[in-house]
Design a protein around this ligand. Structure first.
Ligand code: MG
Length: 134
């Protein structure tokens, strides 16, 4: 898989072990790699930075993944933004709990934890292809 393309990535994740794993794993596909530990901080980081992708844990304090995603989509709408940042949900089990809720909240893809770099690149590619077809 092509790993030459590098991304500015924001990871919202409240579990320390998952953060360490993501740091190690995403280093090779990122130029910027920022971490926050709750949904509100993800929204704040989104407002003040320009990322290519957000990886969003579902269960986090303050705002959970769904609430944070909704807030980000509202901000994009209020900015009349023509681009829509890809938000990928990180779920604890493969039978993607509440998949419909995630989609409704404006998430673009899913990764089941634990995932590897190839899994991530596959999801990114799917999102990019979907957008090309629109
Ligand atoms: Mg969590």
């Amino acid at each position: 898989m092509n790993t030459e393309k590098k991304y500015k990535i924001l990871v919202a994740e409240d579990n320390h072990i998952n953060i360490q794993v993501a740091k190690y794993m995403l280093a090779k596909v990122s130029t910027v790699l920022d971490f926050v530990m709750d949904g509100q901080s993800a929204v704040d980081q989104f407002i003040n930075n320009s990322y290519d992708i957000i990886l969003m844990d579902m269960k986090m304090p303050v705002l959970d993944g769904i609430e944070a995603t909704k807030a980000i989509r509202d901000i994009e709408a209020s900015r009349n933004s023509k681009t829509r940042i890809p938000i990928i949900a990180m779920t604890a089990n493969s039978a993607c709990e509440k998949a419909a809720d995630c989609e409704k909240a404006g998430m673009d893809g899913f990764l089941s934890k634990p995932f590897n770099t190839d899994d991530l690149l596959r999801v990114i590619k799917t999102i990019e292809q979907d957008r090309l077809q629109q």
